[in-house]
Design a binder for this molecule. Structure first.
Ligand SMILES: [Zn+2]
Length: 307
């Protein structure tokens, strides 16, 4: 079975101003590196459908979804938080970003894909139940996880978040929900200044200081995440794949390189093979140095496709 690569052209139509690091060029940088690396022909390319509204309101308040739908500007920008705004294409981009993760979970569960990566924006892991935050509008990974749990009837889903920032939105949606085990590391102290105290037993948060390199991150994965994940025995793994812990990324101050992303991906795939027939769906979060982002996504995808 192939590895899926899901995206949609509208995900590049969302933009928040030419100065903003969360920019459409992130997706073209990924696309360019897929071509240069020779990886593109080995992936199943899928146009992401829009998520149905009922999928969104599993993770978000209906009033928030209505607000986004009604307030989408005809021109210019509508600010949603100090770092996040909507342009005329943002609502459609967000629907396709969430829809990519829903479609990927559907296809991995029905067995037509081995695993999948969603190259989408806006990202999702800071999006709260009723508020946009930190470049994020809809919580794509949470919407995908709830699709796996509530539509497909899975009982245990693991969410792994290796973005340099704490996935506070995902944590807020799932804290205390024992169907989900969320494992993450993040730079601390750092935006969004949350996550240092595990709020519930189903959160495995590992704050790390600025300057942390791959060797330490690999040890966190092997020694802290893995025992909990093995015990949890997930029926599917979702990954909030942010690449801003890369040493070349100026939005974080950690020291990962492409080989560290490949290592984490391989270990998570091994876990998936032991517990859930390899079922894993990954979705793009951060990653703002365009070259490092493209190279890191290639390392992640090469591991997913076992090439
Ligand atoms: Zn981030």
């Amino acid at each position: 079975m192939p590895t899926g690569f899901l995206t949609h052209s509208l995900c590049a139509a969302h933009e928040m101003g030419s100065w903003h690091p969360e920019c459409p060029a992130r997706l073209s940088a990924i696309h360019d590196q897929l071509i240069v690396s020779g990886l593109a022909p080995f992936l199943e390319h899928i146009d992401a459908p829009p998520a149905p509204l009922e999928a969104l309101i599993r993770a978000h308040a209906p009033e928030y979804v209505e607000y986004l739908q009604d307030r989408a500007p005809k021109r210019g920008y509508l600010p949603l938080d100090p770092d996040t705004s909507m342009n005329p294409s943002t609502w459609q981009a967000a629907l396709h970003a969430a829809g990519a993760v829903v479609e990927a979970t559907n296809r991995v569960i029905d067995g037509s894909l081995a695993n999948a990566f969603c190259a989408v924006r806006p990202p999702g892991h800071h999006a709260r139940p009723a508020a946009a935050m930190g470049f994020c509008v809809l919580n794509n990974v949470a919407i995908g996880a709830l699709n796996a749990l509530e539509v497909h009837g899975l009982e245990r889903v693991a969410i792994i978040d290796f973005d340099v920032h704490h996935g506070n939105g995902t944590e807020e949606i799932f804290e205390g929900d024992e169907r989900v085990l969320m494992a993450s590391f993040f730079q601390h102290p750092f935006y969004p200044y949350s996550g240092t105290v595990n709020p519930a037993k189903n959160m495995v948060n590992v704050p790390l200081p600025a300057g942390t390199k791959g060797e330490k991150v690999r040890a966190v994965l092997d020694e802290i995440w893995m025992p909990r994940l093995e015990q949890f025995a997930p029926q599917m793994i979702l990954v909030s794949a942010g690449f801003d812990a890369h040493r070349e990324d100026d939005l974080g101050q950690m020291g990962l390189v492409e080989a560290d992303y490949a290592y984490m991906t391989e270990r998570l795939l091994d876990l998936a093979a032991r517990h859930c027939g390899g079922r894993l769906v990954s979705t793009l979060e951060g990653g703002y140095n365009l070259s490092a982002l493209g190279r890191s996504v290639v390392a992640h995808l090469r591991a997913l496709a076992r090439l």
